[in-house]
Design a protein around this ligand. Structure first.
Ligand code: INI
Length: 159
């Protein structure tokens, strides 16, 4: 049997994307944004088709991501932030809420909202996930966003 397999292409040309980035641990989160921009550029997304929105902390990411996804302006939304266990006794609550909220933003809007948030035990671990290319969670999230933009375009065109 050879059923049809649908997979999103890694071509970002003509799609618009939003990045929601939090400022907590900005020395790491800004590297995630750089990684996302690097991936978008490599996949052919035009600079004018990318908008970056900044929020104070990761806890603020889901609502803005959901609002942007619901706006109909973007093919996908990339979320970038850094939550470090050692910095807060609320680590589990914040991480859990952010992950749940980002997932819910996608489900409630029908627009891909991609999880590019680092949840790490310590600063070194977080830095290790904000390196170059495949070692950068922002790069990975933007690549996922492009793939999903293409996949959903295929799915919607088949209605
Ligand atoms: N926000 C983060 O993005 N990362 C963290 O590590 C963090 N810690 O450690 O507390 C953090 N807290 C702030 C939170 O996201 C909200 O901005 C704040 O609670 C206001 O709602």
């Amino acid at each position: 049997m050879h059923p049809v397999v649908h997979e999103g292409q890694l071509n970002g040309k003509g799609f618009r994307f939003a990045i929601v980035a939090s400022r907590w641990n900005d020395f790491i989160s800004s590297r995630l944004v750089d990684g996302a921009l690097d991936a978008f550029e490599g996949l052919g997304v035009a600079e004018q088709d990318i908008e970056i929105y900044k929020v104070p902390g990761a806890f603020e990411i889901p609502l803005l991501a959901q609002t942007l996804a619901a706006s109909g302006k973007f093919a996908a939304v990339v979320c970038a932030g850094t939550i470090i266990r050692g910095q807060t006794p609320h680590f589990e609550y914040i991480s859990g809420e952010v992950a749940r909220g980002i997932g819910q933003a996608a489900l409630q809007t029908g627009v891909p909202v991609v999880f590019g948030v680092i949840t790490a035990d310590n600063k070194d671990q977080a830095i290790g996930r904000a390196g170059v290319k495949q070692g950068n969670k922002g790069f990975e999230a933007a690549t996922t966003a492009v793939e999903l933009a293409n996949l959903y375009k295929t799915v919607k065109s088949k209605k």
